[in-house]
Design a protein around this ligand. Structure first.
Ligand code: IVH
Length: 694
């Protein structure tokens, strides 16, 4: 039966569609279809309705998109069920007292069973997401527990948050609660990936991403979500905590696989110990284990204190931070010439591991300020001799996230970042948009040369048996190898090698045989092995698939040097290859010294195996060029693109004579028109889903 909400929603949907159509007509090549006053009136009405009925607002509402001024701040959201905190415990004694308190409160005798769940406490940010009739309508941060901030547009960028719930008997209203977090790998990539800012830990990075005013920025920062609870519900999910979480999993949420049911204090402690032992290998930060009374009827009876439930407890892990003295700052020079500062510390135990080095990222991080003046940490700089707090997140390299200013001595001086490469004395320069200072010595710089060689022999590159990091360094020092091509001429130094302690007839023969074997190499490995800045394994694979063989690849790099050329456009049209990567690649091939070294290497190889694009059996869109336009309601544009590419299609941004198929959602404007003119086949989202779901 249609209620008043349905009527309002229909009106909101209708307004949104009309504004979207007007936007498309205005921003596309077409003439505007309505006059400004009418457009403003439509938009005002939509915004007013959305403000009054935030839970009915479409997540992709045009009021939050192009044409509208970006919001200065996030809209406030009142939580219909308060978001609570947890009582903390630090010892087994605390846990035993919690169990005893619960039993006594409920009057459950010692011999009657009482079940608890135990699950990791994720070190992220809590988020409440509201689903109506299975559709995501709103996401809000915790805020002060009573009022949070509306981050719906950003929440849509969270990988494992379904837009539509699946499974049986989804209640009309489901408000899911859980934790947003960033994995260690994504965090490390974000900090290395030239965004200019360096975050102290994954939690800060996730918080920053979630509270971005521009959702496109959030989209570039991979966020994840574990569902562990709920707020408002139109129907109960289950009789137990574990059952309810299982239902959430059935709806399409990711729940933590380490969640289990326990029956005694000893069980709880065993779960805690087990989870703590796995901590370093989880790939995301956790800071303890949460215990919850399993039976929901008992949770209700136990109720809440002012801010915490009586039925739950957070058993924290000992902190993985420690204070120590920063003895010295050293500069390491990497393969691409980057000067990376490293803190040499007085050794200290952090979370069971002795730490004596920590990364300092770049000169801005040391100075406590980004190039644009925004403070990093609390704005304090880092100096030799300072007492610093070392932070370790799982297997992520230790970092420094605070300085004890009270212990700074009066004679301490700010650290002067070197302007010359400490390895070769060449000038070290910093490009305006780069946080990193780089040595300009190129291959003449011994540090760069050694790192390039190390990269060349590494596992994902040439992977030469018997030639690891240490050997590379020793052979370089001996003057036997200065660049990759020299490795294939190492047999010239056979006698000298035999005279080296640790090398006998057998090992030298094996090493040289290992080198011979690699004269045949796959194109993607070769491209990766060149060690060109920004060209990682993934990019090398994409390039190899696109150009298939070495002559075609080299010809394309030469032709693409002109950024007005078709070759350049082809190169940057490869999904996953941006202008920065492309420029770095093309420049390397055009630089005389580097090119000569590449040619010398290739002359040593006997065969470069071509790489074929994976054939996608049975895919109806393999080899086709697709364009998406308008609003897709059941799949994000990003997901649709990934899916299409996985099925062997190319995805382009605009309709042209080369387009085979246009997928048009509501609000498709000029692109649909152009497709019609060009006779390109147009399908709607339903048809697309049929294709995408095979
Ligand atoms: S339950 C009413 N479960 O920890 C109980 N919280 O320190 C609500 N957290 O604000 C929380 N992992 O952001 C719960 N498995 C988990 C959790 C978890 C992380 C966070 C949550 C909460 C904070 C309290």
């Amino acid at each position: 039966m249609a209620g008043p909400d349905d009527v309002t929603r229909a009106r909101i949907d209708d307004l949104a569609r009309r504004v979207e159509q007007a936007n498309a007509d205005y921003h596309g090549a077409d003439a505007p279809t309505i006059d400004d006053a009418d457009y403003d009136a439509l938009k005002r009405e939509l915004a007013t309705l959305e403000a009054e009925f935030p839970y009915l607002a479409r997540v992709d509402s045009p009021t939050g998109k192009v044409g509208a001024a970006p919001s200065e701040a996030f809209r406030k959201v009142a939580h219909s069920v308060r978001m609570m905190s947890l009582e903390n415990a630090f010892s087994a004694q605390d846990v035993a007292e919690f169990v005893a308190r619960v039993r006594s409160f409920l009057n459950i005798p010692a011999d009657a069973t009482l079940a608890f769940t135990a699950e990791p406490k994720i070190d992220g940010l809590s988020l409440a997401i509201r689903y109506e009739n299975g559709r995501l309508v709103q996401a809000a941060t915790r805020g002060d527990g009573t009022t949070g901030e509306d981050v719906t547009a950003n929440a849509l960028m969270i990988r494992d948050l379904p837009r539509e719930l699946t499974g049986d008997a989804v209640p009309e209203l489901v408000e899911v609660r859980g934790e947003v977090y960033m994995t260690h790998a994504d965090f490390a990539a974000l900090n290395q990936g030239g965004e200019g800012r360096v975050f102290a830990n994954p939690r800060n990075a996730a918080g920053g991403a979630l509270r971005q005013l521009d959702p496109a920025v959030t989209a570039r920062r991979p966020l994840h979500f574990f569902a562990y609870g709920w707020g408002a519900l139109s129907a109960p999910l289950a009789a137990t905590q574990s059952g309810a979480v299982e239902r959430l999993r059935g709806f399409g949420f990711t729940t933590n696989p380490l969640t289990r049911v326990c029956h005694t204090t000893d069980d709880l402690i065993a779960a805690w110990t087990d989870i703590e032992q796995r901590r370093a290998t989880l790939g995301y930060d956790i800071d303890g284990v949460v215990y919850k009374v399993d039976e929901l009827a008992l949770q209700t009876r136990l109720g809440f204190r002012s801010t915490t439930p009586r039925w739950a407890l957070a058993h924290k892990f000992p902190a993985q931070t420690a204070w120590t003295r920063l003895d010295r700052i050293e500069i390491q020079v990497g393969r691409t010439g980057a000067l990376s500062p490293v803190a040499r510390l007085t050794p200290v135990t952090v979370g069971g591991v002795v730490v004596s080095n920590a990364t300092l990222h770049n000169e801005d991080y040391i100075a406590g300020r980004a190039a644009d003046g925004t403070p990093i940490r609390d704005g304090a700089d880092i100096r030799e001799g300072d007492w610093v707090r070392v932070y370790r997140a799982g297997d992520v390299i230790p970092k420094i996230d605070a300085v004890d200013m009270d212990r700074r001595t009066p004679d301490s001086v700010p650290y002067a970042f070197p302007q010359l490469c400490p390895a070769c004395g060449s000038e070290a320069v910093r490009e305006p948009a780069d946080a990193v200072r780089r040595c300009t010595g190129g291959i003449a710089c011994p540090a760069q040369a050694i790192e390039k060689l190390r990269h060349f022999v590494s596992r994902a590159a040439f992977d030469i048996e018997g030639l690891g990091s240490r050997q590379v360094e020793a052979f370089y020092a001996a003057g036997w190898i200065a660049e990759p091509a020299d490795i294939f001429a190492l047999s010239r130094h056979r006698d000298a090698l035999l005279g080296t302690p640790g090398y006998g007839e057998k090992s030298v023969t094996a090493l040289l045989a290992g080198i011979e074997e690699r004269r045949v190499i796959a194109l993607d490995r070769l491209i990766f092995a060149l060690g060109i800045r920004h060209v990682g394994e993934q990019a090398a694979r994409l390039l190899a698939r696109r150009y298939h063989d070495w002559p075609a690849f080299v010809a394309a790099m030469d032709a693409a040097h002109d950024e007005g050329s078709d070759a350049w456009r082809d190169l940057i049209a490869i999904e996953g290859v941006g202008a920065v990567l492309a420029r770095s690649l093309v420049t390397s091939f055009a630089q005389d010294g580097e090119r000569a070294a590449i040619d010398r290497l290739v002359a040593q190889l006997s065969d470069i195996e071509p790489v074929e694009a994976p054939s996608i059996e049975g895919s109806p869109i393999a080899g086709l060029t697709l364009v998406f336009t308008g609003t897709l309601e059941r799949m994000t544009r990003a997901e649709a693109k990934v899916r299409a590419e996985a099925m062997g299609a190319k995805v382009a941004g605009s309709v042209s004579a080369r387009t085979d198929l246009l997928v048009a959602g509501p609000g498709a404007g000029s692109k649909a028109k152009k497709a019609a003119e060009l006779g390109v086949r147009v399908i709607d989202e339903d048809e697309w889903l049929k294709i995408a779901q095979g």
